[in-house]
Write a protein that binds this ligand. Structure first.
Ligand code: ADP
Ligand code: MG
Length: 269
């Protein structure tokens, strides 16, 4: 068990990209697990009605389970829905149930509809006896109100990018939304981190796209790219992150390395 690191403020990172299947959830849960294993207290908030992050962390999330839906729509305290992750000490998760699918519409007429997660999280963080070091918010593949809530609640945005032909298409839409949110709802939001996922360095295309991404985003792109790895894709079906499922695998090592890089950016910031 690693020693508890000293608290240096709560870092709140939203993982978003409106494309599906680019590695948002995989990156959210594995970075969170790697950070927790390094001695940080980490909360994952699952904002995707699919509940894939909840599944990967072995958190029950069948319909009717108290989850993020109840927090956003019913005003239930976040503390009432957070559950400890059984595999990783220091890691907990606010699960998403399929009920959250309705929230996208149900949020529309509500007061402060873009701020509901931010408020719930602020109350939660104040009420914790032990400080939380990191909050990681996993988004659905859309730019609707669930994602807006996640972007308003965070100070950092991590964008996972899969190095394929259409990777950069659609990114301008996300960045435009980020600008609007910076102007109107959350001036603290920064695109802090880009993570290349499912990277296959043997293909020319992947290297070309990676180069383009690095040209555009500079040192915000983590040096560590996550390789395509069967172990990474197997882990969720065992209710685990690859960090515990196969700690020596290339996938686990690369997520641990990416997490270490992210801790350095914070320390030097
Ligand atoms: P998103 O949350 O953006 O929709 P996921 O994280 O769910 O994307 O990933 C999409 C699919 O790709 C999942 O089946 C996941 O297991 C798989 N996957 C993600 N990253 C990797 C990787 N590095 N190697 C192999 N499979 C991966
Ligand atoms: Mg996902």
């Amino acid at each position: 068990v690693p020693a508890r690191r000293p608290w240096t403020g709560t870092r709140i990172i939203t993982v978003s990209n409106q494309k599906g299947g680019v590695g948002k959830t995989t990156s959210a849960v594995n970075l969170a697990a790697a950070m927790a294993e390094s001695g940080l207290r980490v909360l994952v908030i699952d904002m995707d009605p699919q509940g894939n992050a909840s599944t990967a962390l072995s958190i029950p999330h069948s319909s009717g389970t108290a989850g993020i839906y109840d927090v956003l729509i019913e005003g239930v305290p976040l503390a009432d829905v957070v559950q400890p992750c059984p595999q990783v000490l220091g890691l907990s998760c606010a699960p998403a149930t399929i009920d959250l699918a309705g929230a996208e519409i149900e949020l529309v007429p509500l007061v402060a509809r873009e701020n509901r997660l931010r408020r719930a999280l602020a109350t939660y963080l104040e009420g914790q006896a032990q400080e939380v070091d990191l909050v990681v918010i996993d988004c659905p593949p859309s730019l609707g109100l669930l994602t807006v809530n996640a972007l308003v609640a965070a100070r950092e945005l991590l964008i996972p990018i899969q190095c394929e032909y259409y990777a950069l298409e659609g990114l301008s839409q996300l960045l435009k939304n980020v600008e609007l949110i910076q102007q109107h709802l959350n001036s603290d939001l920064q695109v802090s981190t880009i993570l290349l996922t499912m990277f296959d360095g043997r293909t020319r295309l992947a290297s070309d796209v990676a180069e383009q991404v690095r040209e555009h985003f500079g040192d915000r792109v983590l040096r560590t790219a996550i390789p395509r790895s069967v172990r990474i894709s197997e882990a969720p079906s065992h209710g685990e992150t690859v960090i515990t499922y196969d700690p020596a695998s290339s996938g686990a090592l690369s997520y641990a390395e990416a997490a270490a890089e992210m801790r350095t950016t914070k320390e030097s910031a």
